[in-house]
Design a protein around this ligand. Structure first.
Ligand SMILES: Nc1ncnc2c1ncn2[C@@H]1O[C@H](COP(=O)(O)OP(=O)(O)OP(=O)(O)O)[C@@H](O)[C@H]1O
Ligand SMILES: [Mg+2]
Length: 272
């Protein structure tokens, strides 16, 4: 059976991040993608120019409409923008016994803020305890904990453990913002710490890597994989998508990753 995965996130018209990345990553990971939009952004690969928020009641209505009709096997939460939308999402998901991947999106690659300061407390108190797995990057982990940004693997593991105490069942601390030759991610649960390794790929085409990883993870969990197996599959998927990003010719800033790298068969003309 093909599982159904609901993403609750913002739209990126340039197609590489946000909801557009989520739909591609969920689809490429063998699940049916559904989309409740929290915000429209005006952005391209160079940065975010403007944001138009969807009203909290409309966000709630979208999620409710999906649950009223469709069996949802996993949820991914991305950009939630402000405290009111965070409350609406928490209320719409309350009482649902489904795996939730919470990607605490705060700042876009170009530096734009995607979450109000006042919303961080709501994410921490209302959404985090509902999450099966939280997927912060290093800056988000530090911000949620009110501490320094991790620069080493022991720091990452320690911050993962501290975040676990806030209530999610697991934390995947992403190492994309480390400065070395590798991009290790660290999955911390109550009784384990598992590392997922990859070499750092030398490319600027990393628009939406976080959205892509968390959506792939939600789809892999929806396939009933256990968390370490799902995280391993999601990590290899995002690594391949980054490695193949040069096949795409999209924009002059941080270009998108190739969500369908393993599906496309380039013709002779497009190859050259
Ligand atoms: N240059 C790279 N080479 C290989 N893997 C990378 C690279 N950059 C990021 N990753 C991997 O991509 C995934 C997303 O991590 P990252 O830290 O970039 O998330 P993020 O900052 O939330 O991304 P975004 O800016 O899209 O929100 C992780 O598995 C990370 O290890
Ligand atoms: Mg991110």
């Amino acid at each position: 059976m093909i599982p159904n995965v609901l993403s609750i996130a913002g739209s990126d018209p340039s197609g590489g991040a946000g909801m557009q990345a989520d739909i591609k990553a969920i689809s490429a990971n063998g699940a049916f993608a559904m989309a409740a939009i929290t915000a429209l952004t005006v952005q391209n690969t160079r940065g975010v120019r403007d944001i138009c928020l969807v009203s909290p009641s409309f966000v709630h209505g979208q999620i409710q409409a999906v649950f009223d009709d469709i069996h949802v096997h996993a949820v991914k939460i991305g950009m939630i923008a402000n405290a009111e939308i965070a409350h609406a999402v928490a209320e719409a998901l309350a009482g649902q016994d489904i795996p939730i991947v919470l990607d605490p999106v705060m700042i876009a690659k170009g530096g734009a803020s995607l979450l109000d300061l006042s919303a961080v407390a709501v994410v921490r108190e209302a959404l985090l305890p509902m999450a099966t797995v939280l997927t912060p990057n290093l800056l988000e982990a530090a911000h949620l904990l009110g501490t320094e940004v991790a620069t080493t693997r022991p720091d990452m593991e320690m911050q993962g453990r501290a975040l676990l105490a806030l209530g999610s069942a697991a934390v995947l601390v992403k190492g994309g913002h480390l400065t070395g030759d590798d991009c290790p991610d660290c999955l911390v649960t109550a009784d384990s710490c598992v590392w997922f390794e990859s070499a750092r790929i030398a490319t600027r085409k990393t628009h939406g890597t976080g959205c892509t990883l968390s959506s792939a993870l939600a789809a892999q969990i929806a396939h009933m994989r256990d968390l370490p197996a799902a995280a391993a599959a999601a990590k290899s998927y995002v690594t391949a998508a980054i490695a193949q990003a040069d096949d795409l010719n999209v924009g002059s800033g941080h270009g998108p990753t190739h969500h369908f790298a393993s599906f496309y068969i380039p013709s002779e003309e497009t190859r050259s």
